[in-house]
Design a protein around this ligand. Sequence first.
Ligand code: DAH
Length: 346
Amino acid sequence: MTMLDALNEIETSALSALEQVTDADALEAWRIEYIGTKGRIRSVMPLMKDVPGDQKAAVGKRLNEVKNALENGFKAKQGSLGTGTGRASGPAFDLTEPGLIDTRSIGKEHIITRVRGELVEIFARLGFVVAQGPELEDDEHNFAKLNIPDAHPARDPIDNFYVDNPNEVSTPRMLRSQTSTVQIRTMEDAVAKGWGPPIKIVSPGRVYRPDTVDATHSFMFHQIEGLYIDKGVSMSDLMSTLLQFARAYFGEDADVRLRPSFFPFTEPSAEFDMMIALKPGTDPSWIELGGCGMVDPNVLAACGIDPEVYTGFAFGFGIERIAMGKYGIPDIRMLFENDIRFLQRV
Ligand code: DAH
């Protein structure tokens, strides 16, 4: 018998035998007889050496065909009997069984991102739209047009991250130290393109100051700036806006106050404080959330807005302070250390 005849015979008898198989034991017996390591397919392989050279390729191909047909037939039968793992019956895996260790951990927004979104949402309800400005700024937007004169101590290199040498470059670049820069950029844009005033924007973003890190200071933090310019905007508009914000975010009984202060870019200026207990269980005290005031006429004029026609208010709050007050976080460093236990809790 030639190898080809032997292969044909094995295929025919194996497939018809497979049809008779109705349980796992019979299937295992069939596997051993036909495709096992000592099975019939293996037993014909030595005949290959007697096949004439010019037929070897064709016979080899046929060998593979028969082998594949038997193996596929075996798998199909396994599937139809449900004996995948060799068990007598039942599915191979219980896909509904929980794993021993749950290694998934679902991420969420960082608390600062969340608070920023909440603040923007509240101010949007009061009619403020979001404006943005660059973190790498120049002297003009960080100082000059904000009415901060050349010799002012706020420009001291020790209090700012200059990128260029301020003594050598006329408008040195720096990492902005306040989001008030965006007031200037927005007013300039409104005048240049003719879309305002009225102007009503908030601008959340990062600011940088070379402060020593402690429980209340960080060299990078976030502020949210607000600016409202129109005809007839007054100090009482500022006060009612801030009160509405505080009540919307901290609750109806939020206790706030304005304390007289000074900023070069506002006149009059005030500090905005709120009664907050930073440490859970302790008595609340006045916490400064930021500064505010009526936009100084010099600032309006520097941006091309006539201070005889328009007035406006501005404010700039620390987002970390607000987050700490809202969620009872006693130390600003917790917001940046990214301890997973803290991040999951807040
Ligand atoms: N830019 C001030 C700061 O960083 C905060 C501030 C005060 C912003 C008064 C204002 C403002 O818009 O009117 O300390």
